[in-house]
Each structure stands twice: as structure tokens, then as C-alpha cells.
Design a protein around this ligand. Structure first.
Ligand SMILES: *Cc1c(COP(=O)(O)O)cnc(C)c1O
Length: 218
């Protein structure tokens, strides 16, 4: 199957999962195009898809400015960690940033927005499995980070990547509970292998790469 057929299959699976689990939130499908070529992205754009995700600012900068000129209404999501020295580029390129994880990053964003105002949507990444090597704010510091963001940037929701090789469902449920606790509407969770479970637990954005584009060539 080609990427457009894969995308359509996933869209059908989303509807099946919603019906099967009796959930009715809107589920937005982010096609994660990291490592994939401009031509691979164009195939999906030509089929009408507009929501894409990249995990590196530099790579997105090499691929998306040209595509944005040609295809209006692309919605680009940053799903990888954001270094402070990349904030300027990130804010000019991305429509949604999923990886707010520290107060200093919020400070950098504010500093840049004062110079170049732009409407961007933000998620806080939560290190839901408390894994030392993973990005995201520790669950016990989430409340403080949400408070810090108040009046500075609007946090729309929470994002997580559960531990690899574990049943992701308890982690998805925990993220859902945290979002409810802090009155946040959006949940970015679920990847190629677990997006149906994420939908069951309330995901409003799923981030799918391999199941659309095939294996990444690293
Ligand atoms: C690469 C990546 C994805 C997509 O993963 P697949 O398993 O290829 O669907 C989702 N979220 C994040 C944060 C990623 O880095």
C-alpha cells in the first residue's frame, strides 16, 4: 500500500476505534514525516491531508517553507524536544508545539513573541513513565509549570510518549486524568502501534509516522 492508502486506512481505523470504544472526541491525525522526503510529503498533500509533524526544527526548516508556499493551510506540529536556541525558528515555522517542558523555554518563547507576535498552540510534554532519558516535565512538577505558563502562553493540552515495550494504556489514562485535573481539553498521545488505545483513553491528537510512510531510513 502507498502512503495515501495507509492514511485512509488509519482514518477508517480511527472511526472504528471511536465507535468500538464509544468515545466521541474529535481525533486529529498528525502525519509524522520526520526523515521522509519532500516528495513523500507531497503525495499526502496532493490527497488533501494538511496536518504534519516533525521532531527536529532544522529538518522541518529544510522541508516545509517551500511546501507551505505551494500548499496553503498546512498545519505543522513540533513533536520533538525544543532547544532554547531554536525557539525563534520554531515559532516562525510551527503552528503547534507539543513539547513545552520547562519554565526557561516559556521565557524564551515570550521573549521571541514580543519581537515577532504569532499565534501558536502549545502542549506540555509530560514524562509520564518518569524515564530519565526522556523529555517532558515530571508529573509532580506539572502543576507548577502550568501555573508558570498562566498569563504568558495558553496551554491547550498535554502530550506524552509512554515507555517503550510496556502496555501504554495505564499511561494514557494517567495523562487523561492529569488533563482533567488541570482542565485542559487536548491530549496528544498515540503513535503507529498504539493509537487505537490512545483514542480509547481520550486522545484528540494522534501522531502517526511509520504506519503512514513506512519504516524510517535513518
Ligand atoms: C517519531 C514520533 C512519532 C511517530 O512514531 P511512529 O511509531 O513512527 O508512528 C510520534 N511521536 C513522537 C514524539 C515521535 O518522535
Amino acid at each position: 500500500m502507498n502512503s495515501v492508502e495507509n492514511l485512509n486506512l488509519i482514518k477508517r481505523n480511527i472511526e472504528k476505534a471511536k465507535a468500538g470504544y464509544s468515545v466521541n472526541q474529535q481525533v486529529n491525525l498528525i502525519a509524522v514525516s520526520k526523515t521522509h522526503s519532500i516528495d513523500a510529503i507531497k503525495s499526502l498533500l496532493d490527497s488533501g491531508h494538511r496536518i504534519f509533524g516533525e521532531n527536529k526544527v532544522q529538518e522541518a526548516k529544510e522541508k516545509f517553507p517551500l511546501l507551505k508556499e505551494k500548499y496553503p493551510n498546512i498545519e505543522l506540529h513540533l513533536i520533538g524536544s525544543l532547544q532554547s536556541n531554536k525557539v525563534k525558528d520554531a515559532l516562525s515555522l510551527f503552528d503547534v508545539i507539543h513539547t513545552i517542558d520547562r519554565t526557561s523555554l516559556i521565557d524564551e518563547i515570550i521573549k521571541e513573541l514580543v519581537k515577532n507576535p504569532r499565534s501558536v498552540k502549545y502542549f506540555i510534554q509530560v514524562n509520564i513513565g518518569n524515564e530519565p532519558q526522556k523529555g517532558g516535565v515530571a508529573t509532580e512538577n506539572l502543576g507548577d509549570l502550568i501555573n508558570y505558563a498562566k498569563g504568558k502562553i495558553v496551554i491547550s493540552g498535554l502530550m506524552c510518549v509512554p515507555p517503550f515495550d510496556k502496555n501504554p494504556e495505564p499511561y494514557f489514562l494517567q495523562l487523561k486524568q492529569l488533563a482533567d485535573k488541570y482542565n485542559l481539553a487536548e491530549l496528544s498521545m498515540g503513535m503507529s502501534g498504539d493509537y487505537e488505545a490512545a483514542i480509547k483513553c481520550g486522545a484528540t491528537y494522534i501522531r502517526v509516522g511509520t504506519a503512514i510512510f513506512g519504516q524510517r531510513i535513518l
